[in-house]
Design a protein around this ligand. Structure first.
Ligand SMILES: [Zn+2]
Ligand SMILES: [Zn+2]
Length: 975
């Protein structure tokens, strides 16, 4: 059925109609975060697609025009890595060898082919989005808008170039931004050597002049390879340090880390760390020192370089005594703190690692740093520098694309000055409605508060080229930033069909200042700057579509999973505040992540989740949608995938609803009943059940509506389950007899009118969440078909083209709702007592006493029927809410038997294949007393015109019925 509906929507153009029929003056803007074009759809993308469908469907039904356009993130490492694999390239050198032009052509070709796989999956879950005309970040116009954005930031003084330390992938040969690392997948558990090395002190006042030659600083590091670039040691000024001497005990007990007998050794380390570094009794303290006393002391480098101002102790406020020795080794090229310490202390920098992470000099020249790590430790031991070696397991960042272990490396790069606009970012965040709300002042605000400046340059190929041209002449310093292709053409005289590398690199022009050559810097943009530019770049703003952009900015709604708080949401915010001085999204829904059924990350090899296609085929897209939308995921919490939960929703919500709908269509068909108003109209029925279900319906509509306005999808979807239960297991069950009546009196008509109305309105209310079942029910119940097939007044031909129902306060009777609930609760307590005493519900009982009075007489009657008791009396003195009189008299026993016979005859009617309105004849043997007393009741319930003792001639069916160990023979025949 779902597939047929997808087909219908496509042929009918229902999605396009749903947009176009709404006024341009009532615009609801939605931004779709572009997925990487190289990715494949998974549950995470299905989840965000379902949210991105339900919310716009709702606002469409609220009368807004909600355009939905797909986008693709094409540039960057994901695309490059895919092409490198395809072409068998292992490094940047390989790419340069085949040529940047060939490489980028391959990237363009590959990324243009992928899209179709997504379209099928997105269709299948019922998401409406325009794939035709999807924006691509690699489009010429898109890239020009990104240039414009950069030049705007530059004009505002928010762009600078600097050498700074950032995480760096040695395989991809490029720095990565902090939020790329913060995204999931980037941290992996690693086991690394944790070593203490001895660095010999060269003297200094604090050492009191004796034993200097045997005094060592104990230095701790988990990256021994960085020792090759060591230039200083850092201590905390206010930390307490000690000088310790090895004791005699030490020589007897010591492991290999202590030196030979004949020379006593002195070590300097933080006082607090002594107990962690040495065994008890190994050393004794000979001197106490303040960190400040150590500053300025010199030491013998392990790997000496010819540098100035190096190999001395400096103070650093980043030094702690939480781990290690309280003395930190400083290699400015390979650590953030190290690099920061360089300027105030005037330290030199040793850069001995190339862009592929290999040593450029020394014993390990040509080796990758992580590969050399172990050998370096071995060497330190052989040469007597190693004091102690341990192994630690810690979570360490890896490249999110190629999984290579990253290094911290000083690199020249271009930055957005986040610090300068930090306060604006915080102020503007106050204007955003976050769902769930705790993210606003939690993760998002914290992210802004601690954000470093944003490294936006990548030493790569397939990306938007950074539009900066620099003069090649030394000391000229001329620099040009272009915000459009035209500006570049005006100066260079060159216009290109495509501005990717290397074409754009070949644009060279004369320096206005010195006449030298102006060349483009080699970097491309971080692809996140492109993702963050989508609000304007998708429209090629400001070069085109000014009005379209302005109407849609800031957007009303975006939705992504929680990791985007530090990624897409963040970059949207930074660019928007940086360029326009205001927010780019008003409402944001953040989802959690779905783990496999075992709670671990979903993984094909673990087989801990079922294929989404199988789930969709087995349980329906509506069931998957409802499951996800009503789950804690929509409160940004994580869940483990549960097929059983989907099955439960299919059964409890969707099948129950479908059965109610099927009940209606079956009897309405038999009775040829038709609504006066096919599109559904509330009846003025006085019947209590009718009034109650309409009241519950309007309460539901109000609840769903209010929660959708607040973007609380969990609270908007959960009430359906209870309503569907009320409808099926109470309203319809209690009303069945009204539908079965032979004459179409006013009450029967009220029942039909009410149920029809409720089903139509319910279909509308559910349409944003379960669009398929809603469409099927609505069209069938109303006969609302697209114009060409229309048989009567047309609303539009689809539930998704009508308005969302309005909750009518006048129809809500809170008192009735509450009393009905109370009655249902008391009844279920009574039924539990029956179960406890093993008395079937069909067995009538004399009476029940209840504690609390029920005012409405009709409700008392309902209670009597449901409990199958002759009377209900209030007895305030009793403790229980309800108490059944469980004594069964012979008279009651006989009536119970009659009820059993009714049930058996109903069963026989079904087996015989009678229509629900067929009348019958009954014959019986061995049940004289029952039929004599309750024949009329049996006849009425089973639509029997005639009941006679003895065998029926030419009976359609006969059956032996066993009731309480007595056999009854029953015969039925169509009359
Ligand atoms: Zn990498
Ligand atoms: Zn110049």
């Amino acid at each position: 059925m779902e597939k047929e509906i997808i087909q219908f929507w496509k042929e009918d153009g229902t999605f396009q109609k749903s947009v176009e029929r709404r006024s341009k003056d009532k615009y609801y803007s939605f931004y779709d975060g572009p997925p990487f074009i190289t990715g494949v759809p998974h549950y995470g993308t299905l989840l965000s697609s379902i949210v991105k469908d339900a919310v716009p469907r709702y606002w469409t039904m609220k009368g807004f025009r909600v355009e939905r356009r797909w986008g693709w993130d094409c540039h960057g490492l994901p695309a490059e890595n895919m092409v490198e694999k395809k072409l068998g390239l292992k490094s940047k050198k390989d790419i340069e060898k085949i040529g940047v032009d060939k490489f980028n052509e391959a990237c363009l070709r590959e990324t243009s082919q992928i899209a179709s796989e997504w379209e099928d999956v997105i269709d299948r879950v019922g998401r409406w989005v325009e794939f035709k005309g999807a924006y691509k970040t690699m489009d010429k116009g898109y890239m020009e808008s990104v240039w414009w954005a950069f030049s705007e930031l530059h004009k505002k003084g928010l762009i600078y170039e600097d050498v700074r330390v950032s995480l760096y992938c040695p395989r991809c040969s490029t720095p990565l931004s902090n939020f790329e690392i913060a995204m999931d997948n980037s941290y992996e558990m690693d086991s690394d050597p944790s070593v203490y090395v001895k660095m010999s002190a060269r003297g200094g006042s604090a050492l009191g002049g004796k034993g200097k030659e045997n005094t060592y600083f104990l230095v701790w590091t988990t990256t021994p390879w960085t020792l090759l670039a060591n230039v200083a040691l850092a201590i905390g000024k206010d930390i307490d340090y000690v000088k310790v001497r090895t004791t005699d005990l030490a020589y007897r007990q010591a492991g290999s880390h202590l030196s030979a007998h004949d020379s006593t050794e002195f070590y300097i380390l933080a006082k607090e760390r002594v107990a962690n570094v040495f065994k008890e009794g190994e050393v004794e303290i000979v001197e106490e020192l303040k960190g400040a006393d150590l500053v300025g002391m010199e030491y013998e480098p392990i790997f000496p370089h010819d540098i100035e101002n190096g190999y001395r102790v400096i103070a650093g406020d980043f030094v702690t005594t939480e781990d290690g020795s309280g003395i930190v080794h400083i290699a400015p090229a390979f650590g953030e703190d190290d690099f920061q310490a360089r300027k105030p202390n005037d330290l030199p920098i040793i850069m001995n690692v190339d862009e592929e992470g290999q040593f450029t000099e020394g014993e390990w020249q040509g080796q990758k740093v992580w590969d050399a790590n172990g050998e370096i430790v071995k060497w330190l031991k052989e040469k007597g520098y190693l004091f102690k070696r341990e192994q630690i397991t810690h979570s360490y960042p890896h490249c999110h694309r190629c999984h290579t272990k990253l290094i911290y490396k000083a690199q020249p790069a271009w930055y957005v000055n986040v610090d300068k606009i930090r306060q604006n970012l915080l102020d503007e965040n106050e204007k955003i409605n976050w769902y769930p709300e705790f993210l606003k002042h939690g993760r998002f605000q914290n992210g802004i508060e601690s954000a470093p400046d944003w490294n936006i340059s990548r030493d790569r190929y397939f990306g938007t080229a950074i539009p900066v041209w620099k003069c090649e002449t030394e000391d000229c310093g001329e620099l040009k930033v272009f915000g459009s292709y035209e500006e570049l053409k005006n100066i260079s005289g060159v216009e290109l069909p495509d501005y990717h590398r290397p074409g754009v690199d070949n644009i060279i022009f004369k320096c206005e200042k010195c006449g030298g050559e102006m060349r483009r810097i080699p970097q491309v943009f971080d692809s996140w700057i492109e993702a963050g530019s989508m609000p304007f770049a998708q429209f090629h703003y400001p070069f085109e579509n000014k009005a379209v952009f302005e109407k849609s900015f800031p957007t009303d709604f975006i939705a992504e999973y929680i990791a985007q708080t530090r990624a897409w949401f963040y970059v949207l915010h930074v660019l928007s505040v940086g360029i326009f001085g205001k927010i780019s999204f008003k409402n944001v829904v953040t989802t959690g992540t779905i783990a496999g059924s075992d709670g671990k990350k979903m993984s094909k090899s673990l087989g801990n989740y079922p294929d989404s296609n199988i789930i969709l085929e087995k349980h329906s897209a509506d069931a998957l949608r409802f499951y996800l939308l009503s789950s804690p995921l929509l409160n940004a919490q994580n869940i483990s995938f549960s097929e059983k939960a989907i099955q439960d929703i299919q059964r409890k919500v969707l099948s129950t609803l479908w059965n109610s709908y099927a009940f209606f269509t079956l009897y309405a068909g038999v009775d040829k009943w038709e609504s006066k108003n096919k599109l559904g109209a509330v009846s003025d029925s006085k019947n209590l059940l009718d009034r109650w279900i309409v009241s519950e319906l309007h309460k539901l509509i109000g609840e769903v509506d209010a929660n959708m306005q607040g973007y609380d999808l969990v609270k908007a979807t959960r009430p359906f389950e209870l309503f569907v239960d009320n409808l099926s297991n109470w309203y319809i069950r209690r009303s069945r007899k009204r539908f079965w009546k032979s004459e179409n009196d006013g009450d029967k008509n009220s029942a039909y009118e009410t149920l029809h109305y409720v089903l139509v309105e319910l279909a509308k209310t559910m349409a944003p969440f379960t669009p398929f079942i809603a469409e099927e029910m609505y069209k069938n119940l109303t006969g609302d078909e697209p114009a060409r097939n229309a048989t009567h007044s047309v609303a539009g031909g689809s539930v998704h083209l009508v308005d969302f129902p309005a909750s009518d306060e006048k129809l809500i009777d809170e008192k009735l709702n509450a009393e009905m609930k109370k009655v249902r609760d008391v009844i279920s307590e009574g039924l539990q007592q029956r179960a406890l005493n093993k008395i079937k519900v069909r067995q009538p009982l004399a009476g029940a006493t209840i504690k609390h009075k029920i005012e409405n007489a009709e409700l008392v009657e309902i209670m009597q029927e449901e409990l199958n008791v002759k009377s209900v009396v209030v007895l305030e003195a009793q403790e229980e809410n309800i108490k059944l009189d469980i004594a069964i008299t012979p008279e009651l026993k006989l009536e119970g038997t009659a009820r059993e016979l009714v049930r058996a005859i109903q069963e026989m009617r079904k087996v015989a294949g009678y229509e629900v309105d067929n009348h019958i004849q009954i014959g019986y043997a061995g049940a004289e007393e029952v039929f004599a007393k309750f024949g009329e009741l049996i006849a009425k319930e089973t639509l029997a015109n005639n009941i006679s003792a003895g065998e029926l001639v030419e009976a359609d069916l006969q059956k032996e019925v066993l009731i309480d160990e007595v056999n009854y023979a029953i015969f039925v025949k169509k009359d």
